[in-house]
Design a protein around this ligand. Structure first.
Ligand code: NAP
Length: 452
């Protein structure tokens, strides 16, 4: 019996566990470890709360984590302050790192650190009740917000800013976030791309959703869209970009609706500086760009300022090095071959990667399935070299090792207790389940203790 640790319980970790137990060549047991007491990674802490359909993927992930060959162990940190990778390899035959891309990319322009400038991931973590979130919710002081980037995360944060709090009470968003959104004075949200509309990274369903919000309208300038030659002739574009152009054209043809909030979609503007006043962001200065004919843009030397008291930088995630594992700084990933971790170009015995830490932060949740399958396939192929013959029986349970190392893992039953606590919290507020975002309260619920 092969005993595998999967580090990370987001989609890539759970799909890896699923691929491992569903193959029939080698009997496998899998422990899915997570530094948080709650499973599901970005499905719980990244998918927007008003995207209930995508959120319901949790049910598929749950079924895997409840499989009798799979064991969830939350509150297990791997790395400094927790368990070192080499220690894990003493307890398990193989370890698959599915730790995602835990931080955000930087813009590298002056003013990025001014008060009022946040990464979109900080905003997302806050409204998703991530226990590490440290956003102060300053929405009541902002009338105008700039979101830099035109990917799906940018669309998510733009949509949340443009929705009224009453539209979100049916979600599991924490009360603090709902109250802050209710007090929000933000009326204009500018979502800004440095390239043209035909190169935007968002997907059409998400884009169209912006045009279907009850209290907000989308504003686009047809003349700005037309700076992109492929806006005029989208025939050579991949289907998703062509559909995006159709959706933008439909927005451009709409008459103004006089709604309470406006979402301005802007293109060909490259961030040059976040302009401050008394230490707070006041505006974003952009350089106007022009298509270079090769899918990129060049600066034109013309500048434009957009007033904003809140800036959300949504320019992509980035993987962080895991102490004890090799790391490719350029791509923010762990070097690998078909999921086998490479140390100095050579596959390292028993170490694997899947998901964003393997291939970078791109693709939708489903992209993780084939990615996880490839890694699990490599691991199963290596199985004869992973289990020492005298190891097969009578080996201590790694859980004993984790406890001996001073950790107190939260088991699946502990996670179920957290779910009950969230349902009880919601019921006390007259809502459905409401997420708990406090480390102490999560751990107390997960370990069956009263909160400190
Ligand atoms: P993304 O799709 O890579 O988009 C990043 C955006 O930031 C792009 O518009 C990019 O422009 C821009 N950008 C990068 N560096 C910049 C700079 N220095 N200055 C200005 N703009 C810059 O990343 P994401 O939005 O974080 O999404 C990550 C992944 O999660 C994607 O695969 C996404 O589809 C997925 N996701 C999906 C959903 C959903 O399905 N509903 C929701 C959220 C996230 P360039 O193209 O010019 O580089």
């Amino acid at each position: 019996m092969l005993h595998v640790a999967v580090v990370g319980s987001g989609p890539s970790g759970v799909y890896t566990a699923q691929s491992l137990v569903q193959q029939d060549r080698v009997p496998v047991r899998v422990d899915v470890l997570d530094r948080l007491p709650c499973p599901y990674g970005l499905v719980r802490y990244g998918v927007a709360p008003d995207h209930e359909k995508i959120k319901s993927l949790q049910n598929n992930l749950r079924a895997v984590l409840q499989d009798e060959r799979v064991r969830f162990l939350g509150a297990v940190e791997v790395g400094p302050g927790g368990i070192a990778p080499e220690e894990l390899l003493r307890w398990y035959d193989a370890v698959v790192y599915c730790v995602g891309a835990a931080t955000d990319r930087h813009l590298g322009v002056p003013g990025e650190d001014l008060a009022g400038s946040w990464s979109a991931t900080e905003f997302v973590s806050w409204y998703s009740a991530h226990p590490d979130a440290h956003w102060n919710g300053a929405l009541s002081a902002a009338r105008s917000a700039v979101v830099i980037g035109v990917g799906n995360v940018a669309v998510d944060v733009t949509r949340i800013l443009a929705r009224g709090a009453d539209e979100l009470t049916g979600t599991d968003m924490p009360g603090t976030a709902l109250d802050a959104l209710a007090a929000s004075q933000v009326r204009d949200v500018y979502m800004v791309g440095r390239r043209g509309p035909s190169q935007a990274k968002f997907t059409t369903k998400e884009l169209r959703e912006l045009g279907a919000l009850p209290d907000a309208e989308v504003v686009v300038d047809p003349a700005e869209l037309a700076l992109d030659p492929q806006y005029t002739d989208p025939s050579g574009l991949p289907a998703v970009n062509r559909r995006n152009i159709e959706a933008l054209r439909a927005f451009a043809e709409r008459a103004p609706q006089g709604r309470e909030r406006r979402i301005h979609l802007r293109f060909f503007l490259r961030p040059d500086e976040l302009v401050g006043e008394a230490g707070r962001v006041r505006a974003v200065r952009f350089e106007r760009t022009a298509p270079d004919g090769r899918g990129g843009v060049t600066g034109t030397g013309a500048y434009e300022e957009i007033e904003a008291q809140l800036v959300l930088r949504s320019v992509g995630y980035r993987g962080v090095p895991l102490h004890g594992l090799p790391f490719d700084e350029r791509g923010g990933t762990v070097p690998h071959s078909a999921g086998r971790v490479l140390r100095d170009g050579v596959p390292s015995r028993g170490e694997y990667v899947a998901g964003w830490i393997k291939r970078g932060p791109t693709g939708v949740i489903g992209t993780n399935r084939p990615c996880a399958k490839e890694t699990a396939g490599s691991l199963i192929e290596d199985a004869p070299r992973l289990v020492a013959p005298d190891d097969a029986a009578g080996r201590p349970d790694p859980l004993d090792g984790l406890r001996a190392a001073g950790l107190r893992p939260v088991p699946w039953s502990g996670w179920q207790a957290i779910e009950r606590a969230e349902a009880a919290l919601g019921a006390s507020l007259g809502r459905g389940p409401v997420k708990i975002g406090d480390w102490g309260a999560l751990l107390a619920a997960g370990r069956g203790e009263s909160p400190a």
